[in-house]
Design a binder for this molecule. Sequence first.
Ligand SMILES: CC(C)(COP(=O)(O)OP(=O)(O)OC[C@H]1O[C@@H](n2cnc3c(N)ncnc32)[C@H](O)[C@@H]1OP(=O)(O)O)[C@@H](O)C(=O)NCCC(=O)NCCS
Length: 157
Amino acid sequence: MSSLSETDIDTVLDIEAASFPSPWSRASFEGELAEKTSRSLVIKKKQQEKQDRVIAYLFFRLLEDEMYIMNLAVDPVYRRCGVATFLLEYSLKLARRYSSKKAFLDVRASNDSAIKLYKKMGFCEVGRRQRYYLETREDAVVMVKEVTRAADQDIQV
Ligand SMILES: CC(C)(COP(=O)(O)OP(=O)(O)OC[C@H]1O[C@@H](n2cnc3c(N)ncnc32)[C@H](O)[C@@H]1OP(=O)(O)O)[C@@H](O)C(=O)NCCC(=O)NCCS
């Protein structure tokens, strides 16, 4: 597990384009990397004689005692293997270390796979932002999870 670096952005843009109707731009990723409250986590696959390749990433922000999940995507080839679950669990443990009490996220109302993932992780729907996504006028589902004192001894902060 590591943080995202500038040299990973090209691969991340490919995963982003394969994952979202309105992908983040290079400037969005650069802005998030420069944001003081933002943290990133990436999972990489080792490649022979080449730089390790990003296969999944998660961005979150730590604001006072709350954590906000800003972006999460897994390369389509590596989905349904528990990668997103692992990233989420790891980020929640980190957030706990930084004294977060609640984790929040927004997800498109039509994004059934992500909503299933978040519910399985213990997130609950607490509201909707009507027609939040401008290009499709789709609602955002707002979800929250208490950041509990789960076993977080095995991670490095
Ligand atoms: C949503 C996403 C991050 C899930 O990543 P993943 O690594 O495949 O997820 P996991 O393997 O950890 O799945 C955990 C659980 O989530 C649910 N889930 C994940 N993908 C699912 C799918 N396509 N259909 C139904 N349930 C799904 C299942 O309950 C799954 O558990 P199971 O495999 O034991 O049934 C991935 O599909 C993705 O990158 N999608 C595009 C980007 C996106 O929507 N990001 C979220 C933005 S809010």
